[in-house]
Design a protein around this ligand. Structure first.
Ligand code: PMT
Length: 345
């Protein structure tokens, strides 16, 4: 060891400092009511592309007027700190849950609107896009031509066929978002576009949505300068209105709604999932822990015992997606929902 190299002096954070880093004095934020909806949507402008997106979604819904259509939300929303954005706060989600679930919905006859964080994982391409390999590692060269490496041929052919079928049958509509504002405007507009489908519409809200944001009128136009206000950057974030109950009651009455609950502390997962169900009165909360989300989830629904869905160690080792177990269980519940709503399955 080189005795000349000395670590710079460090200062341990006291527990008090950690606890006070975030101001938690603001009371629990209630579900949004009509006035909150007006306040938010009147004061935070829709993205410029929204009208085009709505038209595309309406065409898709009318094309699938006799089918089941699921809106899958996927990936994390950002909170820009500047209007011409250099810095932003992000929410964790690679988009694996959403993209993988979308594939199983498609395999089970659903048309899918995939509202996703731009550049997060997409159905089918996810197998090759963000993997530890570069996509070029799946390729090979023969006689001056680029080919798929023979060892990936079989699997890629199967993925390619499913992807092409989805495209040919117009079963997959990809719609991107980046910011929390784009997400909320788009979610509301899509909910309305899906209304004609009534109980055949399913909402599968796997996106990780920001809880706090900077309202439009407080966002500085340009990059925040490091020397402007001393050494600290003190942020004042407003809570994002909890729109899930507006979605259930007003934006998508009749549709089946599934939300997700992500926690990192296993001791509060079930209580938080139950709390969400009570607050929003929707049909299903799927709880998951960050650490184990790829091998177990829990279904929390009204008038039913909680149901854990788990991969066995053997299934995990074989690379089975947990979504291949989640989606059939969701489907069963959606069929029951359509029947109870008086529709034919
Ligand atoms: O993409 P992966 O890496 O595979 O990770 C998947 C996942 C862990 C992100 C996913 O499985 C998951 O749990 N997603 C939900 C994360 C979460 O807890 O989000 P939330 O606490 O921000 O929101 C909970 C629910 O309320 C969501 O369904 C959301 O749509 C809804 N919500 C949230 C905020 C808000 N203002 N209004 C809402 O309606």
């Amino acid at each position: 060891m080189d005795s000349h190299i000395k670590s710079p002096p460090t200062r341990r954070l006291s527990t008090g400092e950690r606890e006070n880093a975030i101001d938690r004095t603001i009371p629990l934020f209630p579900p949004a009511i009509e006035i909150d909806e007006h306040n938010y949507f009147d004061n935070n402008e829709p993205p410029e592309y929204l009208e085009d997106m709505i038209r595309g979604a309406q065409e898709f819904v009318s094309f699938h007027k006799n089918d089941r259509v699921v809106l899958v939300t996927s990936g994390g929303t950002t909170v820009p700190l500047e209007n011409q954005t250099v810095r932003f706060i992000d929410n964790f989600s690679a988009g694996t849950r959403g993209a993988t679930s979308a594939e199983y919905f498609l395999e089970n006859g659903y048309a899918v609107i995939f509202l996703h964080r731009q550049f997060s994982l997409l159905p089918y391409s996810r197998h090759y896009s963000h993997s530890t390999n570069c996509f070029l590692d799946f390729m090979d060269e023969k006689d001056g031509k680029v080919l798929v490496d023979p060892k990936y041929q079989e699997e890629m052919l199967s993925v390619l066929r499913k992807y092409q079928t989805a495209k040919e049958k117009n079963l997959l509509l990809l719609l991107p978002f980046t910011t929390i504002n784009q997400y909320l405007h788009t979610l509301r507009a899509l909910s309305v576009a899906l209304q004609p489908l009534k109980s055949r519409a399913l909402f599968y809200l796997a996106a990780a949505v920001s809880d706090f944001f900077v309202p439009l009128h407080r966002i500085p136009e340009h990059k925040i300068q490091s020397k402007a206000g001393g050494n600290k950057l003190v942020m004042n974030l407003d809570p994002v209105p909890k729109f899930l109950n507006r979605l259930v009651d007003k934006w998508a009455p009749g549709a089946m709604i599934i939300s997700f609950k992500l926690e990192t502390d296993s001791s509060i997962l079930l209580s938080k999932a139950k709390q969400a169900l009570e607050r929003y009165s929707h049909q299903l909360v799927i709880g998951n822990l960050l650490q184990t989300r790829k091998r177990e989830v829990v279904f929390v629904e009204p008038n039913a015992p909680v149901l854990w869905i788990r991969l066995t160690p053997k299934q995990e080792a074989a690379g089975i997606d947990i979504e291949s177990l989640i989606i059939p269980a969701v489907l069963e519940r959606h069929s029951a929902w359509i029947r109870e709503s008086g529709g034919s399955v």
